[in-house]
Write a protein that binds this ligand. Structure first.
Ligand SMILES: Cc1ncc(COP(=O)(O)O)c(C=O)c1O
Length: 356
């Protein structure tokens, strides 16, 4: 039986989107490819209100999170974390030999400007954090963080993991002005996994010219040279690009404001349900994710609950990291609609009743 995914990613992909991948194959150095690549870049810029460079690289989002670290930092960075993925971004730094000063805030809390007061010293080359922490369902205010970074050290690069917020929550790029903003296809773009996307600033590209040991695959200077010709550096997942192009047209047709409002509406439905049926949502109020509801599950036997839910054709996600056994997660992003969420919530109500 097919299961409808309300997971944290990969997420539900519409049949038409899957079909968009089945166009005839083309090589990645032909004119048709250039048109496809260039069109996608323009559409991403339009969606995210930016004129910066956009890189498309085969792989999962982490390849470009690591790429940002490898291209933007010679020695020292400041890494902030409020959950598993913030820790992982920091690990991308330490695993590449960077000296990462770490700021960890309690799980469930947003990262706030006061958490980095006095910490963005002149030797800090970049500051990195996660916009929407997928383990806790916290959406931090990245604009406020970026402004605090710039106030303390205007030269520090700003690197944002936007894997579960880009295209679902308004990240306000004109104000955020990220030097690297990274996401992938399998989350709010509602596509299969396989492509990493980064919006990269001129500052970042300048810095990259003088950083050693960037490797080859994600050398931003090489990526830029190819991107200027609407090419990828290495062989891209062409079929996925067909589907991405299709999705971007649909996203622009919906309109970004309407898209953000739809995500807000789904988040509110899940929040109200979590308050009525459980001990509410895990993250602090005022910073709750628009794409992932992390529910305090109390005494619920999640495995039994999920098995019964899957038998009805619905799949959600278990808790993650430190809160794995005290929460579960509902993904509400991409092409999921409030009506679909209502159906999921009814199915979960039925299961809860059956379990009593
Ligand atoms: C916030 C966040 N960052 C990074 C990642 C890693 O992304 P990928 O598996 O596409 O490399 C994930 C995956 O769930 C995520 O949710």
């Amino acid at each position: 039986m097919a299961r409808h995914l309300f997971t944290v990613g990969p997420v539900y992909v519409e049949d038409e989107t899957l079909q968009a991948q089945t166009k005839p194959m083309i090589t990645h150095r032909c004119k048709e490819y250039k048109n496809l690549h260039g069109g996608i870049v323009e559409k991403i810029r339009k969606c995210l209100q930016t004129d910066d460079d956009v890189f498309l690289v085969g792989g999962s989002a982490t390849i470009l999170l690591e790429g940002a670290i490898r291209n933007g930092i010679n020695s020292n960075s400041l890494g902030m974390s409020n959950g598993s993925f913030g820790k992982r971004f920091i690990e991308c730094g330490t695993a590449n030999g960077k000296n990462v000063t770490q700021v960890h805030v309690p799980w469930g809390k947003a990262i706030k400007p006061e958490d980095i007061e006095g910490k963005v010293t002149n030797d800090i080359e970049a500051v990195h954090w996660v916009s929407n922490e997928s383990s806790t369902g916290v959406l931090s205010d990245s604009v406020a963080l970026a402004e605090e970074v710039r106030r303390q050290n205007p030269d520090a690069l700003i690197m944002v993991d936007a894997v579960t917020s880009a295209m679902a929550a308004d990240l306000n790029l004109p104000k955020l002005q990220p030097d690297a903003l990274v996401f992938g296809t399998q989350k709010a773009l509602a596509l299969p996994p396989g492509l990493a996307i980064a919006v990269v600033s001129e500052r970042m590209l300048e810095k990259s010219k003088n950083v050693a040991n960037k490797g080859f695959y994600t050398d931003f200077v090489k990526l830029k040279k190819n991107a200027d010709d609407n090419y990828a550096l290495t062989t891209p997942p062409v079929s996925l690009l067909y589907a991405l192009d299709y999705q971007l047209d649909k996203i622009l047709e919906e309109g970004m404001s309407a898209r953000y409002r739809r995500h807000d509406k789904m988040a509110k439905l899940v929040q109200d349900w979590a308050e009525a049926k459980f001990n509410g949502l895990f993250p602090e109020e005022g910073y709750r994710s628009r794409t992932i509801g992390v529910v305090n599950r109390g005494e619920l036997d999640f495995d039994a609950f999920h098995t019964a839910l899957k038998a009805k054709g619905y799949e959600i996600s278990n808790g993650y990291g430190e809160v794995k056994s005290s929460t579960f997660r509902i993904g509400h992003m991409g092409d999921t609609t409030p009506d679909m969420i209502k159906k999921l919530l009814s199915a979960m109500d039925e299961v809860l009743e059956e379990m009593q």
